[in-house]
Design a protein around this ligand. Sequence first.
Ligand code: NOJ
Length: 515
Amino acid sequence: MTPWWKHGVIYQIYPRSFADASGDGVGDLPGILAHVDYIERLGVDAVWLNPIYPSPMRDMGYDVADFTGVDPRFGTLEDLDALVDALHRRHIRLILDFVPNHSSDRHPWFEASRRESGGPMGRHYIWRGSRAHAPSGDLTSIFGGSAWSLDPERGQYYLHSFLAEQPDLNWEEPEVVRAMQEAMATWFRRGVDGFRVDAVTALAKDTYLLDDGTRPEAADLREFLHTAPRSPLMHRVLRSLRAVADTFGDRVLVGETWVNRIADLAAFYGDGDELQLPMNFALMEAEPTAAAWRTVVDETESALGEGRWPCYFLENHDIPRLPARVPDPELLRVVAVLLLTLRGTPIVYYGQELGLWSPPVPPEAQQDPVGRDGTRFGRDGARMPMPWTDAPGGGFSGAAPWLEIPPGYLRHAVSVQERRDDSLLALYRALIALRRSRPSLTEGAYREVAAGGALAYERLAPRERTWVMVNPEARPMRIPGPGGEILLATRPGVLARDGEIWRLEGRSAAIVDVR
Ligand code: NOJ
């Protein structure tokens, strides 16, 4: 039987920003629970939550102080159990975020490690040098600045791929492997269905790279990311996590695998013993043109072959929302069709179905540490509160939200879009429902069927053929092909038959049942 995560659409929720039930302005688990009916109506098969663990929130929860708890801002373990239960009753799975690369500097492991180099946690982190001698090589962290910080207590430097408050764990230490495996198992026992594994490529810190400052790629930690597919250490870590997932059966590991070359993605699947769904960042990065999409899909199909299942997305909590790249509302409809009809598991980011955009947030107002110094792009714009209604405050919270709801968001509120058949939300619902109802769209093979300014492809199941035609250009396109019943179109009347040819209007897309 095909595993659920191949059929499914994954819905990513940024818990701080989905819904606030406790009234403190920060979204929480009971807030999500209050909206499970909305999630069910969307038709998704799984929900992925960004980190909910206890955290000083220096990096909004990606600085984990306890890998097996729930931060009181988000609720309690019982709230998590209630959410798992409510989702499962609706046949929706729950995926949590897992952050293997680092912990918070407030994690008890780090506090012990800095106190006692010879103690049981002495090697839990990556320590080098001494007060007098900085480690060799001048590594730059992914968030900027040196990747080595001196800990005054231990008198040594520790490595941090991200903020200084996020020391990197040492996966060469067997006790780290065991403890992290146990943390993962704890959640599986609670009924969690899988994890999105954070910063997979940052795990590639094989000692030979780390300690050889003469290697050119050792100058900037971002360069390590490109060595990840060939890193024995990273593969060992992924195998150790997958081994845990497999003992529970039917669980999934999605991974944040941001690589430059699509061909590199294949490595993260291992021999079927690492990630099931390494995320493909290339579709998100592609220009909205048929040529760019064709390149991404062709390269993905040939790199992965039939045995490895692709995983596409267009938005997440680290990058500006789609309208920054796709400014035309009609094009937003076209990319929705693309995302939800390619071969692979799509991830939809909360609010993407409403057409939310990332408003500019000045550095002094940024909550995101990455945006605060003004030199880099802050991520708050992609993390705005969800507008549920068009009443002031958007029905997100009874209090002032942690980020102010941008003017204009209320026009896009769920309640507004639910009143209209032609809304983007209605299109997402229809697309997801269609995808679910057609084996060719969920599991079928992919074959491109027409070249040119539009992208046209066929999805093929044993007793079903579906044609998808997407035209991002402003002008209409003519696509030769067999006739059939139009199942869905971005707008009524955009696709018409002219003899043996389909005529597709500009900035539109359609799905056809082909006989
Ligand atoms: C990737 C996460 O998506 C991002 O939000 C976070 O800041 C870094 N990893 C560090 O954990």
